[in-house]
Design a protein around this ligand. Sequence first.
Ligand SMILES: *[C@@H]1O[C@H](CO)[C@@H](O)[C@H](O)[C@H]1NC(C)=O
Ligand SMILES: *[C@@H]1O[C@H](CO)[C@@H](O)[C@H](O)[C@H]1NC(C)=O
Length: 343
Amino acid sequence: MSPTVSICFCSALFAVFSSCASFPRDTLSADSENVPNKLETRYRRQAPVPPVVSYCGGAPFSTATHICCNGNAEPKTGSTPMCCDSNSYDPLSQICCEGTVSHKATSPGAMPACCASDGYDMSTQLCCNDNVMHKPTGPTALPGCCGDHSYDASVQLCCDSNVVPKMGSLSACCGPNSYDTNTTLCCDSNVAFVSGPQAQCCGSQGYDGATQLCCDSNVLPKPGATGACCGSQSYTQDTHLCCEGVIVLKAGPSFACCGSASYNQSSSLCCGATVVAKTPSKPVCCGSTSYNPVTEICCDGHVGTRAGLTSPTCCGGAVFDAATAKCCDGVPVFNVPSCAGLA
Ligand SMILES: *[C@@H]1O[C@H](CO)[C@@H](O)[C@H](O)[C@H]1NC(C)=O
Ligand SMILES: *[C@@H]1O[C@H](CO)[C@@H](O)[C@H](O)[C@H]1NC(C)=O
């Protein structure tokens, strides 16, 4: 039998007999048949107890005073020592969390538990993202975690992992802050102090739609009931026009925009963003000019005369006489019966 096996054998039996070192093994085996008697014999004999030597991590240690934890001989602590990784601890007063020994909550009502590698008391503490935090107390408290911290949801909010006080009776989060939804607005995560039935957001600002305008994220005073935005500016629709982002004077009720300018719709035409005179003989636009549809024809924005043509027709951007030519692929071709074969 190898020395190791022998020592193990000895250690196992040591629990039953006060000493096995003085016993021949054969006798021991026989003794186990009738343990009580032999025990009495043993006690009566009062043989000196030699120190028992066992091995831990290859080194001898005393099982009477030490415990072998993960190859480390550790001094026994408490009445029922246990191993925590390579350390010994007393499970009655200590707790083993992820291989680390820490103090164990033992007060009445305590609920010891692990928070990552720390011990904590679930009755008075919270484990928030592996951090031990104070647990809010009180009859109405609603304890919870907010990121790494604890908070009381009865009086606080968790906004973007920030603990913030509740605001008013209808509190909500606005970015990392809290706000009272009854009296303030949350605009782009900013708390805007504006109230009233027409309170609105303008970018990150608040404004009152009854008296103000939001023009390109600018809050401006509303210039009267017909106030409106023109780009980032405000204007009055009674007196001005907003033409392509330019505020221009509205000289009369028949004025409208033509490009970025205003014009008199009663006296002018807006042809291709160009203001041209509107006359009884030329009442219609053709491209950027006006023309007379009775005497002229508008082909692709180009004006051509009907004079001398039996059947004036557009061909591409030009006028031709369909009585004498064919329009082949946008080009007038004379003296052919059809366009066939011309392509
Ligand atoms: C909202 O605010 C108004 C005036 O500030 C107040 O009278 C009302 O009670 C509030 N409503 C709530 C639900 O708190
Ligand atoms: C607009 O044109 C009409 C018709 O020509 C004219 O009676 C009116 O005075 C013009 N308005 C202005 C402000 O020029």
